[in-house]
Structure formats: structure tokens, C-alpha cells
Write a protein that binds this ligand. Structure first.
Ligand SMILES: [Zn+2]
Length: 402
């Protein structure tokens, strides 16, 4: 009887060890990922810049909301603005009936109200600019697509300043040629030249090189990363993976690799993960942002909430409701978390790079609870951990370190 029992226990332990072995890479990656010591909230808002002038009013309204809140250190909430530096000069192209692409850059006097609102928020510490792209598309691909796609042709003849959001999704990816599907990669020399150009214009407008880049539609590759890194970018925002192309149906396609905060890419760029969303115009309420903050905090991760400019433009009633929801989210977040910190994404990247112990937990025992929460979210692994009883020693580990 005792031999039987001993045998069962040995088999049981063996199965658990095998499970740990099979998932060792995932478990190690989640262990290496930095653990933040407190709740951190950042709003990451893309697509601002060269585009409709109503952005100026929206940015002013956002500034006022953000300035109504402070964390315990007296810092305002930060909204990073993924900036688009130029847009098609549709009026010139239409008037001249030329087949060549023409652009209007953000530093043109015409955009002064938008730039003034942007700069006011930067000076107050509620906005920080990030590079989203010279355009939110690859101009030659848009020009090529316009020959066969009526929607694109009409977009290129927009009366006034165009919205890049109105292009077909496949064409909103800057770093591929998606004139037709599946997309084609861009020549390396053209990527490098485009990066040189966008960094130059970014510097002209903001007086410094971009530190953080946000790939449009999260499609980019090693060449883009190397080019950005060579021109001062040290951090790339990712959705937790990388897409490099679009398939025959226009869907983003990647190798499925999991990217975690603090991992490094080409040219030693640091990746940060933005995979939580607060898009009021899509029906997201403050609670969605609060749920994300709760989960990310338990996982020892910063909460980067994606919220595009479209939430705050267009229909005034919807924009007002979006601002009210943003305000409610901030009120509730401050009420729930006394240690809540408002930081910029750059602050977070620098804290990770420098192992800043005022934000990063380095003691192994104190890191365990966040690690356990992270691995318990890996559905397949956790199901097997329950089935094999591995959850029991993990639960004991959690109790010991709590
Ligand atoms: Zn975008």
C-alpha cells in the first residue's frame, strides 16, 4: 500500500515538473519582466497632429480635464500624443491635377492652432509627444491604390484637411506597401530615407529627437527598428507582439511572438506593451479602464491605456461624453488607489532601463506575487496547473511571499 502511495506521489511530482519544464521559457520571461511597485496610469493617444483643425479645441478640452487631477506627488495625468507630422495636400493635388504626391507638414502656419494647443499641454506637463509617423500611411501605396480603389481616390481629393482614419485600414499601415494584398515589404533604403525625413521634421517641430515611436497599426519590422534606433528612438510601443505584413484579407500578420515590457529589439530599442483600451466612442466606460488598472497593477505592470483622437473629434455630444468618461475614470482611479502614480511612458522606460528602485521591485521574494498573477493569466498553462495540482505548490509559494 505504502509503495503504491509513494509511486503515485512520484508520478504526480514528475507530471508537475514536466509541466514546469514545458513552459519554462514562458515562466522565465514573465519572471524577467520588470515588476512595478505601484499603480501607474498613462493615456496613450494616437493620430494627433497634421489633420483637421478641430483638434485644437479637443486638445484644449483634454488639457483642462487632465489638469483637474494630480497624484500624491502632485503630478498631472499624462496623455502621450502619437503625432502624425504631415497629411496629403489634397487641395493642391486636386487643383494641379498632378499625379505626384504632395504633403502639408504640421509646422505650416495653417496648423498653428493645433500646434499651440499641443505645446501648451507639453509645457504644462499633461502631454508628451511621441513619433507616430511622417504620415499615417505609405504615400506611394496610397497613390497606387487610388488608381483602382474609388474610396482612396475620393480621399485624395478631400476638400479641406483629410482624416487619415478614413483611409481603408490596410493603407493606414506606414511600413508596408499595401496598395494590393497581400502587402509587399518596402525596400530598406526607402525605409531609412523616410525615417531620416520624419525625424528631421519631428525635431523641427518639437526641438528634440523622438525618444518613443508608435508604429501605425502596429505593423513594422527590424529595418524600421534599426533605422529609428540609429536616429535616437530608444523605445517602441507594441501591442505585446509584432505584426510585419497584411495577409490576402488585409489582416495584420506576424510571427506570434510574445513581447513583454523591457524586452529589447533591434538597435537595443526597449519594448513597452500597450494592450489595454479606453475608447469611449466604441462604448468603453470608465470601468473598463479601471479593470485594466486593477489587473495591470496586480501583474506589476504599468497601465498604458490606448485612446485614439477619434474619441474626442466629430460629434460634439459624443466628444463631451468621452471627456466626461475620461474624467470619471481619473476620479475613480484616484479614489481607489492612494499610491497611484501619473507618469509619462518615457518615465516608465527610463525607470526600467535604470532599474530605478523607487519604481521597480528588484527583491526576488517581493516579485513573486506579480509573477504568480501573470502566469495565472496564461489560460492553457493555468488549466494544466489545476489539472496536475501544480497550483497547490504555487499557492503555497504565494502564501509564503505575501
Ligand atoms: Zn494611429
Amino acid at each position: 500500500m505504502q509503495i503504491w502511495l509513494g509511486g503515485i506521489i512520484i508520478v504526480w511530482l514528475f507530471v508537475q515538473v514536466m509541466l514546469l519544464f514545458v513552459y519554462r521559457h514562458m515562466l522565465a520571461a514573465y519572471w524577467r519582466e520588470p515588476v512595478l511597485c505601484c499603480p501607474i496610469l498613462v493615456f496613450e493617444s494616437d493620430d494627433w497632429g497634421a489633420g483637421p483643425l478641430e483638434q485644437a479645441h479637443a486638445l484644449d478640452a483634454l488639457r483642462q480635464i487632465l489638469k483637474g487631477h494630480r497624484d500624491q506627488s502632485g503630478h498631472y495625468p499624462v496623455m502621450t500624443l502619437g503625432v502624425i507630422l504631415s497629411i496629403a495636400d489634397t487641395e493642391t493635388m486636386r487643383a494641379e491635377k498632378e499625379s505626384a504626391y504632395s504633403r502639408i507638414a504640421l509646422d505650416l502656419a495653417r496648423f498653428e492652432p493645433v500646434l499651440a494647443a499641443l505645446r501648451a499641454g507639453i509645457n504644462e506637463g499633461v502631454f508628451t509627444p511621441q513619433l507616430h509617423g511622417m504620415e499615417h500611411y505609405w504615400p506611394p501605396a496610397v497613390m497606387a491604390a487610388a488608381k483602382t480603389d474609388a474610396q482612396v481616390s475620393v480621399w485624395l481629393q478631400t476638400n479641406g484637411l483629410a482624416h487619415s482614419e478614413e483611409l481603408p485600414p490596410r493603407l493606414q499601415s506606414r511600413w508596408i506597401d499595401a496598395a494590393s494584398l497581400p502587402s509587399q515589404p518596402l525596400p530598406e533604403a526607402e525605409i531609412y530615407a523616410a525615417v531620416v525625413e520624419e525625424v528631421k521634421v519631428y525635431m523641427q517641430i518639437f526641438g528634440a529627437k523622438p525618444v518613443i515611436a508608435v508604429p501605425t497599426t502596429f505593423i513594422w519590422n527590424n529595418i524600421v527598428e534599426r533605422a529609428w534606433a540609429a536616429h535616437g528612438v530608444s523605445c517602441v510601443i507594441t501591442p505585446g507582439t509584432r505584426y510585419e505584413s497584411r495577409d490576402g484579407q488585409g489582416r495584420p500578420k506576424g510571427d506570434g511572438r510574445l513581447i513583454l515590457n523591457g524586452e529589447r529589439g533591434q538597435g537595443d530599442v526597449m519594448y513597452l506593451v500597450r494592450d489595454k483600451y479606453f475608447e469611449p466612442k466604441l462604448g468603453h466606460r470608465a470601468e473598463k479602464g479601471l479593470d485594466a488598472l486593477s489587473l495591470q497593477t496586480a501583474c506589476g505592470r504599468p497601465t498604458l491605456l490606448e485612446t485614439h483622437r477619434f474619441n474626442f473629434l466629430g460629434d460634439p455630444a459624443q466628444s463631451t461624453a468621452a471627456l466626461a468618461e475620461l474624467n470619471r475614470l481619473l476620479v475613480e482611479a484616484r479614489a481607489h488607489y492612494s499610491k497611484l502614480r501619473f507618469l509619462s511612458t518615457q518615465d516608465i522606460a527610463e525607470a526600467i532601463a535604470n532599474q530605478d528602485t523607487s519604481l521597480i521591485i528588484t527583491a526576488p521574494r517581493a516579485r513573486v506575487p506579480a509573477w504568480l498573477t501573470r502566469i495565472s493569466r496564461v489560460s492553457r498553462f493555468w488549466k494544466l496547473a489545476r489539472l496536475t495540482g501544480l497550483v497547490l505548490p504555487l499557492w503555497m509559494l504565494g502564501k509564503w511571499t505575501a
